[in-house]
Design a protein around this ligand. Structure first.
Ligand code: PEP
Ligand code: MN
Length: 338
């Protein structure tokens, strides 16, 4: 349930509603908009919620039942788009923001070279994994904190904020020292301990859809982060597993407009993992933007043939530059900028 306060409600009216929610055994989640303050009633309690008990409180304009199991992520709770700040811009606003960089941070030189190239082409942020979730325990697992230090150096040089994956809740304090955005990868989308930890950190989060997760699963995972009062959550469609084997995954382009309708959170698209082949990345990037994605996250490597991970799907810097030019044209065609 959500309690919508009237525009002229004062702070005592809001405090009274919160007190009432707490007396009933629930938690209040405050969302202050330009026009209205909205108070979400979350949690479980043996006391049934009665709309009338709240509708009659001073300063309350409206009480709405949210039927979706995700409450804080739903558009019913928060009708306006949420914007997540990134490098002086905001993900979720009109401008489509592009995050680019290698799959893995391989060396100081590699990440700095890639950062300079993607910055030059117009990227807003730098991606790169220092902790890699690999299918095989024998594959390269990432350079860990050293990799994060190299990324921080690349940020120092280019000004690009860092998006990097976190796999272990215990490492949140260390990774947040370097990262601007914590990426929760597909394999960890339902690692609830991790979701709670990144929620508590109040750091920006890029939450990728699990490869066998439904849109509802993704929204429920986002709800974990949001329930800690951390609203800086971006969702990312990165392809799902289907019977199709021609590509690494199947891009669920549908999920983009579906998510944009169901939630106020920004929605990104990852054409690299969705296809697994660099030659399809451009087409899918354009499709993602045309479908309404607020941003893209794209793998770029200075020499994909020698990449330690995901070289097959990585663009070279010149391919990325060409892609950016087309991205701008498609963004403009659908009333956005890039
Ligand atoms: C990645 O971004 O390199 C990655 C591992 O992505 P995903 O979690 O979507 O597979
Ligand atoms: Mn990758």
């Amino acid at each position: 349930m959500i309690v919508v306060m009237s525009p002229n409600a004062n702070s005592k009216n809001i405090a009274d509603v919160i007190t009432r929610i707490e007396i009933d055994g629930y938690r209040a989640h405050l969302s202050e908009g330009e026009q209205h303050t909205i108070i979400g009633v979350v949690g479980e309690s043996p006391t049934p919620l009665r709309e009338d008990n709240y509708a009659t409180l001073a300063g309350v304009s409206n009480v709405v039942r949210i039927s979706e199991p995700y409450k804080l992520a739903s558009r019913t709770f928060h009708p306006l788009d949420t914007h997540v700040p990134l490098n002086g811009s905001k993900m979720g606003e009109n401008k489509v923001l592009i995050i680019a960089g290698p799959c893995s941070v391989e060396s100081r030189e590699q990440i700095i070279e890639t950062a300079c190239a993607v910055k030059e082409a117009g990227a807003t942020a730098l991606r790169g994994g220092a902790f890699k979730p690999r299918t095989s325990p024998y594959s390269f697992q990432g350079h860990g904190e050293e990799g994060l230090k190299w990324m921080a150096e690349a940020r120092e040089i280019t000004g690009l904020p860092i998006v990097t994956e976190i796999m272990d809740p215990a490492l949140v304090p260390m990774v947040t020292e370097y990262a601007d955005v914590l990426q929760v990868g597909a394999r960890n989308m339902q690692n609830f301990t991790l979701l709670n930890a990144v929620g508590e950190s109040q750091h920006s989060v890029l939450l990728k859809r699990g490869m066998s997760s439904t849109v509802l699963d993704l929204l429920m995972a986002a709800e974990y982060v949001l329930s800690h009062g951390n609203n800086r959550v971006m969702l990312c469609e990165r392809g799902i597993r289907t019977f199709e084997t021609a590509t690494r995954n199947t891009a669920d382009i549908n999920a983009i407009p579906v998510l944009k309708q169901l939630t106020h959170l920004p929605v990104l698209f990852d054409p690299s993992h969705a296809t697994g082949k660099w030659e399809y990345v451009e087409a899918l990037s354009l499709a993602g933007i045309a479908a309404g994605a607020d941003g893209l996250i794209i793998e770029v490597h200075p020499d994909p043939a020698t990449a330690i991970s995901d070289g097959r799907q990585s663009l070279k810097p010149d391919g990325f530059e060409k892609l950016m030019a087309k991205v701008r044209r498609v963004a403009e065609a659908v009333g956005r900028s890039a």
